[in-house]
Ligand binder design. Structure first.
Ligand code: PLP
Ligand code: COI
Length: 365
């Protein structure tokens, strides 16, 4: 509908967090608890299309109790990070892929697509105005673009009004244990997504449905839940918020295929490319939980890891399920996992050559 690019109205926050407070908060960064001074917002309505783009002080939305998102959960989001490189430049990693996936999620959820250039502009405007919120060193500024149905209407049909917003949160490691291998819980009762469902879309509802399984994982002393497929409860799919990879003793790597029930992770896609460039065989093929147990016991499986924007690459040391648990290798993060993690992080941090053109430098920061 929009032929022209949107131009953001920039309204700087009159009461930003004092620098001393920000730096103090930076000393102990977790995930998703601290937020920057601004947000970017664009509104959509059936009659006007995308309109009123602005960057303003981060603050609450006033929405009607009958806003359709509160009833029917028409909501999607993305997760990406801005990094401060040693050379001082602020960069994003493959943000075009987030823009593209956002629109794929929008189509699945019967929401309007936001032109990719406007998605990227919103993200970059926010990073520019909140550049001092990008932590130095190992931390990064996690960016959360999202869109929700804001029409005041209780009928069940796609909303005629939406709010798109980007917020930013300086983050440290996703897992409390830092680089330590994680322990995961296999959910054999709950599934995440069925064929024809919303598994490949990044919609809030997928996460809402996963929380009970994640709570079960926590109660079992595990860091994350891993889901099996909905039809047979047999095939490994993905974790609550990450894709999963298996490293075999012949050096080959297996990861579940994209078939509509798992999220097509940008980290997953990047690691497959990097592994293949290192000469490793990567099989995107179904892997059953039975096989997983058998391979861990026989020693055929030597490493496993989870990957995603928030978690980066995290070794999986122990797998727990109803009826037992097993270790993978010696229960620590393995060498192949560390090497792939370093290859990825090296590109993101500007330490290694960005031969794929994955890094986007943000001008004027
Ligand atoms: N799978 C799920 C369910 C996720 O929430 C995420 C995180 O975004 C991923 C996989 C990994 O995706 P990406 O690498 O694009 O962050
Ligand atoms: C991400 O890695 O960006 C995610 O969205 C995972 C989780 C924090 C929801």
């Amino acid at each position: 509908m929009q032929a022209e690019r949107l131009t953001f109205d920039i309204k700087p926050n009159a009461n930003p967090m004092p620098e001393a407070d920000r730096l103090k908060a930076f000393e102990n960064l977790g995930f998703g608890t601290l937020f920057s001074d601004h947000m970017a917002v664009i509104r959509w309505s059936a009659d006007k299309g995308w309109h009123s783009p602005e960057v303003l002080a981060r603050g609450p939305f006033a929405i009607d109790p009958a806003s359709s998102v509160l009833h029917y959960a028409q909501e999607i989001f993305e997760g990406m990070k801005a990094y401060r490189r040693a050379d001082g430049r602020a960069v994003l990693f493959r943000p075009e892929e987030n823009a593209r996936r956002f629109n794929e999620s929008a189509r699945r959820m019967a929401m309007p697509e936001l032109p990719e250039a406007d998605f990227l502009d919103a993200v970059e405007q926010l990073v520019r105005i909140d550049a001092k919120w990008i932590p130095q060193g190992e931390g990064s500024l996690y960016l959360r673009p999202f869109m929700f149905a804001s029409e005041t209407f209780l009928g069940v049909r796609p909303s005629k009004e939406y709010i798109f917003c980007v917020i930013a949160s300086p983050v440290g490691p996703y897992f409390k244990g830092g680089a330590k291998a994680v322990k995961i819980w296999v959910s054999e009762n709950y599934t995440r997504a069925a064929a024809g469902g919303t598994g490949a879309a990044k919609c809030g509802g997928n996460y809402a449905a996963s929380l009970i399984a994640q709570a079960e994982a926590s109660a079992q002393g595990c860091d994350q839940v891993v889901f099996l497929d909905a039809a047979e409860h047999r095939w490994v799919e993905e974790l609550g918020g990450m894709n999963v990879f298996f490293v075999m003793n012949d050096g080959s790597i297996t990861t579940p295929p994209l078939g509509g029930t798992i999220l097509p992770g940008i980290t997953r896609n990047s690691l497959i490319a990097l592994a293949r460039e290192e000469g490793l065989t990567v099989n995107e093929q179904p892997y059953s939980f039975e096989q997983w147990k058998a391979d861990a016991t026989s020693g055929k499986l030597v490493e496993a890891f989870a990957c995603g924007t928030a978690a980066v690459v995290a070794g999986i040391g122990t797998v727990k399920f109803n009826g037992g648990e097993f270790k993978i290798g010696n229960g620590e993060t393995g060498a192949a996992t560390s090497k792939l993690r370093e290859a990825l992080v090296g590109i993101q941090r500007g330490v290694s050559n960005d031969r794929h053109g994955w890094v986007r430098v943000i001008d004027g920061v």
